[in-house]
Design a protein around this ligand. Structure first.
Ligand code: ATP
Ligand code: MG
Length: 139
């Protein structure tokens, strides 16, 4: 079964949106295989987003992602990567479809409430970056 890494980003945790986001995940039929609250250091955020190093938004993004607690999850299901990204909506909330989490909850293109892996390779990297095997529960 496909797995993907999801994060309820610091903006959404601070605004007490975690519960509504978890509800949307379960209503979409994705299984929560792992979940924990994390507070990334700046260095850990830079490692997580290493593919974006050199982008103009890298410094601001890693400052934001290390600014407060976040909730990390492993989601599982058929087509979990695509289904979670569909539920999140476009990166820029102004372009996100109605009903998506970013349309509902994002503040702007950076503080956009949620993260999701974009491919099987990045999902494997991101899950291993934040979880060990004992923290991931089988169905
Ligand atoms: P994520 O990887 O967080 O799931 P994504 O895949 O939709 O989001 P990416 O292009 O991977 O988008 O960008 C990673 C994150 O960097 C975005 O979610 C957002 O928080 C931030 N970001 C992306 N583009 C911009 C931008 N132009 N200005 C500011 N922040 C940005
Ligand atoms: Mg991405």
């Amino acid at each position: 079964m496909e797995q993907t890494l999801a994060i309820v980003k610091p903006d959404a945790v601070a605004r007490r949106l975690t519960g509504q986001i978890l509800a949307a995940i379960e209503e979409r039929g994705l299984r929560i295989a792992a979940m924990k609250m994390i507070h990334l250091s700046r260095t850990q955020a830079e490692g997580f987003y290493a593919v974006h190093r050199g982008r103009p938004f890298f410094d601001s993004l890693t400052a934001f992602m290390s600014s407060g607690p976040a909730v990390a999850l492993v989601l599982e299901g058929e087509g979990a990567i695509a289904r979670w990204r569909e539920l999140m909506g476009a990166t820029d909330p102004a372009k996100a479809a109605a009903g998506t989490l970013r349309r509902r909850f994002a503040t702007d293109i950076e503080k956009n409430a949620v993260h999701g892996s974009d491919a099987p390779e990045t999902a494997a990297f991101e899950i291993a970056y934040l979880f060990n095997r004992l923290e991931i529960q089988g169905g």
